[in-house]
Ligand binder design. Structure first.
Ligand code: SF4
Length: 90
């Protein structure tokens, strides 16, 4: 079973009313590496017209993006209780 196959088994309880990752793009404009675009294992970050966005509903809650952001541009919290990813393959 591939990693993609395993991820497809996971379930997400999306907290529509409260994103758990908020990006401060005012800080991103001075970032040259834009590491978040490259490190997310789920490929959730993208850049359009100079603005970074994240499809937080598919977040694996690994915390990698927060760890690598040198500009501290992410307000990253775990989803509220009862929301977020439910792993089914460890
Ligand atoms: Fe991607 Fe992990 Fe950040 Fe979620 S916590 S957006 S899976 S890098």
């Amino acid at each position: 079973m591939t990693l993609t196959d395993k991820l497809a088994l996971d379930k997400f309880e999306v907290d529509e009313g409260e994103p758990h990752i908020i990006i401060d793009n005012a800080k991103c404009v001075t970032c040259h590496s834009k590491s978040c675009l490259h490190v997310c294992p789920a490929g959730l970050y993208s850049e359009q017209n100079g603005e970074i966005t994240v499809e937080w509903a598919g977040c694996l809650e690994c915390g990698t993006c927060k760890a690598v952001c040198g500009k501290k541009a992410l307000d990253w919290q775990y989803p509220r209780g009862g929301f977020g990813i439910i792993y089914r393959q460890g």
